[in-house]
Design a protein around this ligand. Sequence first.
Ligand SMILES: Cc1ncc(COP(=O)(O)O)c(CN[C@@H](CCC(=O)O)C(=O)O)c1O
Length: 430
Amino acid sequence: ASASAFAPSTSNTRASTSLAASQVTRNPNFGKLVGGYLFPEIGRRRNAYLEENPEMASKIISLGIGDTTQPIPEHILSGLVSSASKLGTKEGYSGYGAEQGMGDLRAKIADKLYNGIIKSDEVFVSDGAKCDIMRVQQVFGSGVVTAVQDPSYPVYVDTSVMMGQTGEINKETNQYDNIVYMPCTAENDFFPDIESTPRADIVYFCSPNNPTGAAATKEQLEHLVKVCKERGSILVFDAAYAPFIRTEGVPKSIFEIDGAREVAIECNSFSKYAGFTGVRLGWTVVPDELTFSDGTKVRDDFNRVMSTAFNGASNIVQGGGLACLDDEGLAEINTLIDYYLENANLLKEAMESIGYDVFGGTDAPYVFVKLPEGKKSWDVFSEILEKTQVVTIPGAGFGPGGEGYLRLSAFAPRDVVIEACERLKVAMAK
Ligand SMILES: Cc1ncc(COP(=O)(O)O)c(CN[C@@H](CCC(=O)O)C(=O)O)c1O
């Protein structure tokens, strides 16, 4: 069992202390969430293990959370530093900026990353793709039906629950009522048979995918856009791992697909491009043509959320974003991504060498390992942690479709990846 295997998060337990309870009724949607968010739960279990085994602290290595580890390269760093230094001068100081982002950064994203197929005023600069997913959810509200790939990044489901779009979780299936789960399996190359799934208003689709590592082909994305168009659905395309795509012809943006402007929003991020996971810089593209059933523009409502509930991405960080998109910055990004892709290749080869079926890891920083029949991923997570002190992510944490798999992330330093491969080859040998 996936979610229910989590320790009940504090938000699910009634206050048992003597503190005087407020008279405020709790938002019932938060009570529907089962357990805590996946990644803090991984950290909790890691810490619980270390509490029991303090002597293992120096041995712990992580192939868990997809968090970058390589230092920010020189040119990109100079962008951050010079932006910060400017704030110390009269002529360079700036306060609140446009909530939608600096005009020249919006223009540079549209130009350098979309070759002009997107207009700069359709680009909204933010503090990250995860944050924008919740902002997009706020635009859609509680009255929509959401579809997700299964397995997928847990934020889509959890924010749908928080927004009141769902019923309770079905303890048998580990699926929330009123969410459409689109199975992504080894049998369908981790691309869902969309026609066979019920219509949803909003379809979240991540490619290259977290956790499976599958990068959808042009034909697959053309089909996805076509079905969304026919059904009047809005597609939220999460392209946070686009820079990892190296296979010729595989789209890096949904807007490479004809017709996407009428159906799609794209969330993206500098996190994995440039090691900005802690710097916090992302963007969302909402095309002018995208409208609701009453003809109003989705872009206008997204802009309303951004201007009402957000005061813009940091001016320092946006300076770093501008440097990322210089030729020197783009070259540095390529070098960083190559480094992580080599790590992914090492992980893939190591697990295949001991007889596992391994998916992803080619156009993505995640390797998705098929476990032996009947093995539960949370059990394997614990087994590996205890035997090898390597932190991984159980597939069940990404939805019921992830059960029976393990996600390994390629973001650790090279020597750590090599060490982890050696330990896993010993401990997981069939
Ligand atoms: C598909 C996807 N979208 C967005 C993000 C986050 O983008 P930001 O721009 O950094 O907000 C992640 C990071 N997922 C990582 C980290 C865990 C998390 O974001 O909760 C992971 O899956 O390990 C992701 O996997």
